[in-house]
Design a protein around this ligand. Structure first.
Ligand code: CP3
Length: 341
């Protein structure tokens, strides 16, 4: 069995398998070169040969245990009919969903395939090109996080427009969450059919939900996605990433049925070992900014996380995506400290 699959099946390994969130990205000169050839970010996502190429760049450079499909969580809103563009240096821009009329103008969930079909082709190409020991990970955003971008039309620091729609017009908000959940189920099923061996669900803004809202919008939609995927593909492990969920990480795997929990940098690893690892594999949680300066801080933190989680199933990863300013050589320092080099 591949190293990643062993950890996801609950096995404890002396040297944990490793990959990095956003491992294909701007910190790599070869990524910037391919992206320039593609013209813009969305063309890169929708051109299977180029998307497969950038997916494999970090595998060729570092030999990670997993390759994550190169795409974006905002392709689901795009498939639902939202206008989407990425402005250099400004992040994503989308048409907004703020009224019942905006919701009615969205396409049905099944229509998502029309737009995202190239993503399935990227996965089919990757199944042929990926090294045999490397696990292919597909992904999608969790409905709450995706909805925050659809409602605001951009990234926000406090998700205020989404919270405001939720209190002002709960019916429209709930219908949007349902639509995104339905589309995400179809999208992830098709990714698995095209060759994804594992899927990760990114809920980057889970931390801004509290109390019953957390149950309703961070737990329930993910639980529904997990149940739908497990019904058709019981052997495909699912990694949940409820970022900044704090104490709500406790019980999240049991509540959603996911197999592994990705933890952000703020989660104390000794607490994670005691509280989370008994429920399943834990993935994380090196501070990504350590890859900018490198040095002894990077080495000692890498070893501290590895050792704290060494009593149970662990996939070594970052607590969030690697920043564009990271020094590519520092990834070798991290792998060396981990014992994976
Ligand atoms: O991890 C990987 O290497 C796979 C590809 C991947 C990307 N985005 C590529 C990308 C994945 C898994 C994502 C997830 C994603 N996208 C999330 C969830 C994880 C997180 O970071 O919290 C979110 C919130 C998005 C939405 C998104 N995409 C934003 C806010 C931005 C702009 C900010 C930025 O970093 O520029 C993107 C663009 C994006 N997605 C880039 C990449 C490599 C940079 C685009 C570029 O090349 O200019």
């Amino acid at each position: 069995m591949k190293k990643i699959m062993k950890s996801l099946a609950g096995e404890t390994q002396a040297v944990p398998p490793v990959w990095m969130m956003r491992q294909a990205g701007r910190y790599l000169p070869e990524y910037r070169e391919t992206r320039a050839r593609a013209g813009d970010f969305l063309s890169l996502c929708y051109t299977p040969e180029l998307a497969a190429e950038v997916t494999l760049q970090p595998i060729h450079r570092y030999g990670f245990d997993a390759a994550i499909l190169f795409a974006d969580i905002l392709l689901v809103p795009h498939g639902l009919g939202a206008d989407l563009s990425f402005e250099a240096g400004e992040g994503p821009r989308l048409s907004t969903v703020a009224t019942p009329g905006d919701l009615a103008a969205l396409r049905p969930a099944e229509a998502v395939h029309d737009t995202v079909a190239p993503i399935y082709e990227t996965l089919r190409l990757l199944t042929r090109e990926i090294p045999p020991e490397t696990t292919l990970i597909g992904f999608a955003g969790a409905p709450w996080t995706v909805a925050t971008y659809m409602i605001a039309g951009r990234g926000t620091t406090d998700q205020a427009p989404a919270h405001s729609l939720k209190s002002r017009d709960r019916a429209t908000f709930d219908a949007l969450i349902q639509r995104v959940t339905d589309a995400t189920i179809l999208y992830l099923k098709a990714q698995i059919d095209a060759g994804a061996e594992v899927v990760q669900i990114f809920d980057s803004w889970a931390g801004s939900l509290s109390g019953t809202d957390f149950d309703e919008y961070a737990v329930k939609p993910v639980k529904r996605i997990v149940a739908a995927l497990k019904a058709g593909h019981p052997g495909v492990p699912i990694i949940a990433f409820p970022r900044e969920a704090g104490p709500r990480h406790d019980g999240f795997l049991t509540a959603t049925g996911a197999d592994a929990l990705a933890i952000d940098t703020a989660v104390d690893v000794d607490w994670a070992a005691r509280t989370l690892q008994p429920d399943g594999c834990v993935q994380g949680n090196l501070d990504p900014t350590l890859l900018i300066a490198g040095g002894e801080a990077l080495r000692s933190e890498t070893r501290r996380i590895r050792d704290a989680l060494s009593g149970g199933p662990h996939i070594f990863n970052l607590g969030h995506g690697i920043p564009p300013e990271a020094n590519p050589d520092n990834v070798h320092v991290m792998l060396d400290a981990l014992g994976a080099a």
